[in-house]
Design a protein around this ligand. Structure first.
Ligand code: PLP
Length: 486
């Protein structure tokens, strides 16, 4: 493709993306197509001759857009957010434009050094333990996802527990991993990939706020030791997927220290809240962790994929993952003066992902990041207030961050009706969980474009779909736009 053609097409595409972001709220939030619809619109065979970009872009409108669920829509309240922003889009574009592959420092020094630098910046921005900084024995790296970060933590813990035996004969036989029943599914996947097997993962009970019971952890470790097994890693969650419960990090960390067990903290979603000094209380005890991850690609305005992963002892991680073939040997690596991030992750190759994080931090500034996260926490608290003040509904879990879990009183059926009705409306998308074996609706407030108006519309729609509850007089509209409370 000649450069002038590229320039013209690229301008057209950037215009398209800008218009999309401007109008994203006008699309039905959830893709409206049946399974197989998208493929049915596509030709069975690839084109023999080159096609003009204008035709391809027209097909994006005709075929792709109807099959897209609009994660950036102000009405998107499902799962956890997957923030996108102008600076991050441009950072990704630049990464693709440079087209570097940063597996070694020497394959593109800027790719490695910018990554090290912005991860140190994140330590400062989030008030994380100094032991995660690159000028200590630890350091940070960008992984593709929290699932990958959880896997890396399990692999490093496994090697650490077995004195780095896998370079000789393999490991995994009697090792035990621990998390709570609300730990993310990626932890079980990581344990399986690491060769421990699901039966070597202990899912510990939680307290009434859905956080790990630390006493149950200590008891289980004692039982496993008595059975001749080797506790290897505890994964605590800072903001569980179902409810954003925070496991008691300090109590768990102290048990791990005493027992000599690797302590990993999964802060995939809620970790971004640490940009706010007033939220740091939730991170108490993080300094006891051997490793930690959180996802700027969830709630910190940085397009997927960008997980910040930190360790306090980088040598353990590197020792667990290094294999050096002759064809990758080079003077910089041999000097010991550089970081080669290929030794900190599963794949060899890596994109220049630090660019988007750098753009985001610089273009929003720390103040902008704080404003973004604080606004969502305030919106979620407002919504929770409306729900709590309606006798027909209950907020069923603490909501320290941007997620509110609630139920209409009266059983699963009416809650399923509400969920289906909202998702069919095209105006919203929400997902659910089960708490105490009851269907629970989750509202994850986190799209950059979501406003108080959107929450008002949502709350109104919930009550309209549910209708008045038999036996209880629910005052329609009583909580809308009256006094200081909408
Ligand atoms: N850990 C927790 C607590 C999560 O909530 C999630 C996803 O929501 C993950 C891990 C997996 O995140 P990723 O998509 O980055 O792998």
């Amino acid at each position: 493709m000649d450069v002038e053609r590229f320039r013209a097409d690229a301008h057209q595409l950037v215009d398209w993306v800008a218009s999309y972001l401007e109008t994203v709220g006008r699309h039905p939030v959830l893709a409206q197509v049946d399974p197989g619809w998208v493929r049915a619109q596509l030709p069975s065979h690839p084109p023999e001759s080159p096609e003009p970009f204008a035709g391809i872009l027209a097909d994006v409108d005709r075929i792709i857009l109807p099959g897209v669920t609009h994660w950036q829509s102000p009405g998107f309240f499902g799962y956890f957010p997957a923030n996108s922003s102008g600076p991050a889009i441009l950072g990704d574009l630049l990464s693709a434009g440079l087209g570097v592959q940063g597996m070694l420092w020497s394959t593109s020094p800027a790719c490695t050094e910018l990554e090290t630098h912005v991860l140190d910046w994140l330590v400062e921005i989030c008030g994380l333990p100094a032991a995660f900084r690159s000028d200590s024995a630890g350091g940070g790296v960008i992984q593709g996802s929290a699932s990958e970060a959880n896997l890396i933590a399990v692999l490093a813990a496994r090697e650490s527990a077995t004195h780095f035996a896998s370079d000789r004969h393999g490991t995994g036989g009697d090792l035990i991993a621990y998390t709570s029943v609300h730990g993310h599914s990626s932890i079980e996947k990581a344990v399986r990939i690491a060769g421990l097997g699901s039966r070597q993962l202990r899912l510990l009970p939680v307290d009434s706020g859905f956080a790990m019971n630390a006493k149950a952890l200590a008891d289980q470790i004692a039982v496993d030791r008595a059975d001749g097994l080797t506790p290897c890693i505890v994964v605590a969650t800072l903001g569980t997927t179902s409810t954003t419960a925070v496991d008691p990090l300090r109590a768990i960390g102290e048990i791990c220290r005493e027992e000599g067990i690797w302590f990993h903290v999964d802060g995939a979603y809620a970790g971004s809240a640490a940009v706010l000094p007033e939220m740091r209380k939730w991170f108490d005890g993080l300094e006891l962790a051997d490793s930690y991850c959180f996802d700027p690609h969830k709630w910190l305005l940085t397009n997927f994929d960008c997980t910040a992963f930190y360790v306090t002892d980088r040598q353990k991680l590197i020792r667990a993952l290094t294999v050096i073939p002759e064809y990758l040997r080079n003077a910089a690596t041999e000097s010991g003066a550089v970081i080669d991030y290929r030794d900190w992750q599963v794949p060899l190759g890596r994109r220049f992902r630090a660019l988007k994080l750098w753009f985001v931090i610089r273009q929003f500034g720390v103040a902008g990041l704080r404003q973004h996260v604080r606004r969502h926490i305030e919106l979620a608290a407002t919504l929770a207030g409306w729900i709590e003040s309606d006798p027909g509904y209950e907020v069923v879990a603490p909501h320290p961050f941007g997620l509110v879990c609630f139920r209409r009183k009266g059983g699963d059926e009416v809650n399923q009706q509400i969920l289906d009705g909202l998702n069919r409306s095209g105006d919203f998308f929400l997902t659910h969980t089960r708490l105490d074996d009851q269907l629970t609706i989750r509202v994850a407030v986190g799209s950059p474009q979501t406003t108080l108006d959107d929450l008002e519309r949502l709350w109104e729609a919930v009550r309209e779909i549910a209708g008045p509850r038999s036996g209880t007089q629910v005052e329609q509209g009583a909580h809308h736009r009256g006094g200081g409370t909408p």
